[in-house]
Write a protein that binds this ligand. Structure first.
Ligand SMILES: Nc1ncnc2c1ncn2[C@@H]1O[C@H](COP(=O)(O)OP(=O)(O)OP(=O)(O)O)[C@@H](O)[C@H]1O
Length: 209
């Protein structure tokens, strides 16, 4: 098994307010988990916990049965995380930005691979345009091109559907399902309704208390 991420009895308190308590989840090969909930319900916070960026107030997170804190290196080597902001540098071109992201992930990416990834996300012809001159949706597409380039079994994606058009949404839905079908796993937050014939599990976070 490539992916085995488990959270038990997870709780998170911020500013004297419980965002969630006693939350259990399990993500394994082939799973696609969509985390939904109202603004402020703790979706981004939960992803921060699951990626080890924030310690839980209570509960355990395990990667292949080991506490995340003890298996961090192994966990991070299998994770592709795309955060809420596209994380694209305004001064870099689409291709430079993607090359930078690949290098940060330790992936050697020849120009042909960069071009293929940008083409897959609909950015053929925009490779040499600085990100500041691209639209919000095009900047999001640069970030999503990492899905094509960085081969990691676990994808944790914060609002990946934000700002992309209908065609982009269709591409991304298909890409997520294909990743699951290939034995990868996805955890994402989204307000976008997406069932893919029962392929997607949902976890609803409650209203903030
Ligand atoms: N750095 C922080 N310090 C203290 N409290 C925070 C911090 N970040 C977020 N919070 C609190 O946690 C709550 C949940 O934030 P979070 O970003 O996880 O919500 P969300 O469900 O992702 O919301 P949205 O749908 O608006 O993106 C916020 O309402 C805020 O009160």
């Amino acid at each position: 098994m490539k992916v085995s991420l488990r959270a038990s009895r997870l709780a998170c308190e911020r500013d004297d307010r419980w965002l969630f308590r006693a939350l259990d989840l399990r993500v394994e090969d082939g799973d696609i988990l969509r985390i939904e909930g109202a603004n402020g319900s703790g979706k981004t916070t939960l992803l921060k916990l699951l990626t080890g960026q924030l310690p839980p107030t209570e509960g355990r997170i395990e990667w292949h049965g080991e506490p995340l804190a003890r298996s961090r290196e192994a966990f991070l080597s299998q994770l592709l995380y795309v955060g809420h902001a596209p994380g694209v540098s305004a001064a870099l071109t689409a291709q430079e930005s993607l090359a930078w992201a690949a290098a940060m992930a330790g992936v050697r990416a020849p120009v042909s691979d960069l071009e293929r990834a940008l083409e897959a996300v609909g950015l053929a012809g925009f490779e040499d345009i600085p990100a500041r001159q691209l639209s919000a949706g095009q900047q999001r597409r640069i970030a999503l091109a990492r899905l094509e380039l960085v081969p990691r079994p676990l994808w944790i994606l914060d609002e990946p559907f934000t700002a992309i058009d209908r065609e982009g949404v269709a591409w991304l839905e298909q890409r997520l399902v294909a990743h699951g079908d290939a034995g990868g796993a996805v955890v994402m937050t989204t307000h976008h309704t997406f069932h893919a014939n029962g392929r997607v599990d949902s976890l609803l976070l409650g209203e903030p208390a």
